[in-house]
Ligand binder design. Structure first.
Ligand SMILES: Nc1ncnc2c1ncn2[C@@H]1O[C@H](COP(=O)(O)OP(=O)(O)OP(=O)(O)O)[C@@H](O)[C@H]1O
Ligand SMILES: [Mg+2]
Length: 173
């Protein structure tokens, strides 16, 4: 049975203009897009889960067919629970491509009925990553062009944590 629902999973720490571009494209392709914010990640995120969810909800509020949720565990299981069969992912560079194809093939072995669909962000957004934002913000770089205004504001509130990161790296910790 064809599905009209797609799931876009990620960490969104924080959501960037690159993510938003992928979300807008997904919302145009599918009847419903679930943006699924991952609970379990290996690295300690800068923004808590509830902060990441709040920012995602705020920046997608104008998109009627986009829903923001959190998920835990295997993406394919979550996708099936949503009544979907599509994982939406974004591709930036060749290095993304390698990791993304590996993940898509692994997910296919776990759930052959679930398909991964890739989109590219527009050229101007395609180099943006959350990591770039976190690192530039920690060095007081101007990241206003790369994130929605609400995220820029939230980053200002994280100045202390961001500076602490830079400090601990400088001390070689
Ligand atoms: N600028 C972008 N253009 C296209 N796809 C993107 C962009 N930024 C993120 N994505 C895609 O969004 C999905 C979720 O990514 P994720 O939440 O890991 O963000 P990230 O920017 O890669 O974060 P981090 O730098 O912390 O790894 C992945 O498929 C990723 O390739
Ligand atoms: Mg990433």
């Amino acid at each position: 049975m064809p599905t009209n629902i797609a799931v876009y999973p990620g960490t969104f720490d924080p959501v960037t203009n690159g993510h938003l571009d992928v979300i807008r494209r997904g919302a145009q392709l599918f009847g419903e897009l679930v943006v699924a914010c991952a609970v379990n990640i290996t690295k300690q995120p800068l923004f808590s889960l509830s902060e990441r969810l709040d920012l995602l909800k705020t920046v997608t509020r104008g998109l009627r067919n986009v829903r923001v949720e959190s998920f835990e565990g295997m993406v394919v299981d979550y996708v099936k629970r949503q009544g979907s069969r599509v994982i939406l992912r974004g591709i930036r560079t060749f290095s993304d491509f390698e990791a993304e194809v590996q993940m898509a093939l692994a997910n296919r072995t776990f759930a052959p009925e679930v398909e991964t669909v890739f989109v590219c962000a527009s050229l101007e957004e395609s180099f943006i990553s959350s990591r770039l934002i976190r690192e530039a913000a920690a060095l007081d770089g101007d990241v206003g062009r790369f994130v929605p205004p609400e995220v820029l504001e939230a980053l200002r509130g994280k100045k202390r944590a961001l500076h602490a990161q830079v400090g601990s790296h400088r001390k070689g910790k």
